[in-house]
Write a protein that binds this ligand. Sequence first.
Ligand code: TXA
Ligand code: MG
Length: 315
Amino acid sequence: MQVNLAQAVALLKSGGVVAIPTETVYGLAADASNEAALLQVYAIKQRPADNPLIVHIADADQVSHWAAEFPALAKKLAQAFWPGPFTLVLPAKEHVSRIVRGNQPTIALRIPNHPVALQLLKQSGLALAAPSANKFTQLSPTTAAHVTAGLGDAIAVLDGGACKVGIESTIVSVEDSDWRMLRLGMISEAAIEAVAGKPAIKNQQNLPKAPGQHVLHYSPRTPMKLFAARKDLMDFAKTSQSCAALLIGENGNNPKLPHCSFVYLPKEAAQAAEQLYSMLHTMDALNVEWLLIEAPPDAPEWVAILDRLDRAAYQ
Ligand code: TXA
Ligand code: MG
């Protein structure tokens, strides 16, 4: 059910839940200070209670309402990347609901870079807790139509167009003068290091560190396989009953098979991220036996995309 900005403001102020656009993915928003509203978000998503939500704010001045500390390093990162696809995890103030922080001692905060989301935050005067607007473990939505397809028409959706970044925000936790990558995103590790320096706790091998980030995540319903080499993908495609294959970049001599649809992701990582979930949603709707994915290049700008594909293909 589509709602306009004024209706979204009214719904959120009265403790309702509204799916809202951000530049990364659509979020399922509720007043971050209203526990009954927060519980509705967990219920609609069928999300475990120990998986905390990100609180979206309009202005960095609001950080001090939520966070017990706002270290200089975190301020530098906020200045560099807000508004934007960047989430800061900071020690939480005691009054912050256990529900929104999934019982963690910390709180996740982000200023989204989307005109509709910012207008909504300002007009409502609320901070909005918003996980991605999909059921637990399923693909994140990057259009209003994806939200309705995944959660049903009873959910109020504020349509702000297709998301430009296309995958979820980079999450970094900051404690005192050190930081840690919790979730990869389109703001790269190198970009964070350029502002914050190398982290002292270099313990990034065992990603993810964000609680509730299950290995099986961001998944289409159709079984999915990831292939390092296109040749192996093609060999598998030939033996399958029906499939849809996602290849990186058009290359002139595109493969053809009668029982397989080929879809092409742009060669530029930023454009590929923008289109990734939309393409996966489309492929998933074909009801084929397999989704086959060509792994992206082994390059820093692709690591967040590879992270999502790895999880989506995990069985
Ligand atoms: O781009 C995004 O971040 C989108 C849009 C809507 O803002 N939101 C999003 O939310 O992806 P969600 O709930 O799907 O993912 C939030 C992640 C979870 O993996 C959660 O564990 C982590 O953020 N997180 C939230 N609060 C945390 C905390 N206090 N400490 C560590 N991780 C936290
Ligand atoms: Mg999510």
